[in-house]
Design a protein around this ligand. Structure first.
Ligand code: ZN
Length: 122
């Protein structure tokens, strides 16, 4: 009786479609990227201008962290507090992962679209 039940479940199982599995996985991964930020991360060295500061020697400069981003089409460099650096780096990396996932999903969907179009013409 168990054998019979097993064979039924095998018959009813939908066909294995790796593309749809991958698409599902990618879609589900996007929620984790909701805090993504645009632009790129920039690290510069600068002198603060105080003559008594160690940076006045021109060698031991202060690191300055920025997001380089377009705002209303214009390039801007936004300063980032040092304690936000790791978080901001991660959020900018999320944007790249989001775009990579979107590109893969589009590629899969285009492949399916072309297949559907081809099948229809037969
Ligand atoms: Zn200084």
């Amino acid at each position: 009786m168990c054998i019979y039940d097993t064979s039924i479940s095998v018959i009813l199982r939908p066909p294995h479609e790796p593309d749809l599995e991958l698409r599902g996985q990618l879609i589900r991964s996007l929620g984790a990227l909701r805090e993504m930020l645009p632009g790129s991360f920039v690290e510069r060295q600068r002198a603060c201008g105080r003559p008594s500061c160690h940076c006045a020697d021109g060698k031991r400069l202060h690191p300055q962290y920025q997001i380089s981003v377009l705002i209303d089409g214009k390039p801007k460099a936004l300063n980032i507090p040092a304690e936000w650096v790791d978080q901001v780096r991660e959020k900018i990396a999320m944007r790249r992962r989001f775009e990579a996932a979107a590109a893969t999903i589009c590629k899969l969907n285009l492949k399916r679209f072309l297949k559907e179009k081809e099948d229809r013409q037969v």
